[in-house]
Ligand binder design. Structure first.
Ligand code: R5P
Length: 301
């Protein structure tokens, strides 16, 4: 069987390269730049006719540009005769717009899924914000999770650790995480006030004297983590705090919020390029082996 073609966009070349190498191929050559008027210019420099193509593109900021680049890469592959095109999208932007909780807003997750449905034959997505997002797609979706990788990274946890979900929506994820480590679980009660501000009003579960391991899907502005940490400390948790998240966006004012908190470890995956030089106790777990395994499995199916 011929090898798969692994093609990276510009959103995360390092991860695309790591996935390609873990699959045992070179990343496919391509040209990506801009026309003078600002339009994206994409050209394949690899033969993809009759090939099984995997396009690795994280939908990080600037989200619209990276999404459009993915669509153009896919169209280039389609017109060059690719047999099948899979989008490997480690971070799916707009996934948090998965419900209309006020009038006059779009269902952003559905809008993005609709365009990806038209462009791709299949998608690989990592730790979606919520399971219903998968249902926005008509194409087959491989929804993989980095939670076991993150759990492995904290296996040397303090004996008095407790896994904490920073909101009710993430409770199931935290419960699975806690079960895999044989730890108890607690849940913070959070309400979102604005896109950057949240309020946490209490904790369900026993945290006094325990070392919290907060588990979330995304750290964006870190309002959620900050509010959860403050509530946990008020409830008597120890200052030995670990934060795990699948997607570390660290959008301002995340650093300003996180820096003063007594957090010992912040562990994220490289679903978006990990920020460097932040004054935070950052650790990164690579998704490359997990994504490469998924590529091999799909290619062999
Ligand atoms: C919310 O439901 C998500 O699971 C995350 O907790 C949230 O999106 C993180 O955003 P921020 O870091 O801006 O609070």
């Amino acid at each position: 069987m011929p090898s798969p073609v692994v093609l990276g966009g510009t959103s995360h070349p390092a991860l695309a390269e790591a996935v390609a190498r873990a699959v045992g191929v070179e990343p496919a050559a391509r040209l990506i730049d801009r026309f003078p008027d600002g339009e994206h210019r994409v050209q394949l420099q690899t033969e993809v006719r009759d090939q099984d193509v995997f396009i690795v593109q994280s939908l990080r900021a600037p989200v619209g540009d990276h999404l459009l680049e993915l669509l153009l890469l896919s169209d280039a592959c389609r017109r060059a005769g690719a047999a099948r095109i899979t989008g490997v999208i480690p971070y799916l932007a707009y996934a948090r717009q998965d419900r209309r909780d006020v009038t006059g807003v779009p269902l952003g997750a559905r809008v993005v899924a609709d365009v990806l449905d038209r462009a791709l034959d299949r998608a690989v997505l990592v730790d979606l914000h919520s399971p219903p997002v998968e249902g926005c797609f008509s194409i087959p979706v491989e929804h993989v999770s980095a939670m076991s990788l993150l759990a492995e990274a904290v296996r040397d946890h303090a004996p008095n650790a407790v896994v904490v979900s920073p909101d009710l929506g993430a409770a199931k994820r935290a419960e699975r995480f806690a079960r895999s480590l044989g730890l108890p679980v607690a849940i913070v009660h959070k309400s979102r006030l604005t896109g950057t501000d949240v309020a946490a009003s209490g904790v369900i579960g026993e945290v006094a004297g325990h070392a919290p391991i907060l588990v979330d899907d995304i750290i964006s502005t870190a309002g959620t983590v900050e509010a959860a940490v403050r509530v946990l400390l008020d409830a008597g948790a120890t200052e030995e705090i670990t934060v795990c998240a699948a997607h570390g966006l660290f959008v301002p004012p995340a650093v300003r919020r996180l820096q003063p908190l007594p957090i010992r470890r912040i562990i994220v995956t490289d679903s978006v390029p990990p920020p460097t030089g932040l004054p935070l106790p950052m650790e990164t777990v690579s998704l490359a082996p997990l994504l490469a395994e998924t590529v091999r499995r799909i290619h062999g199916s």
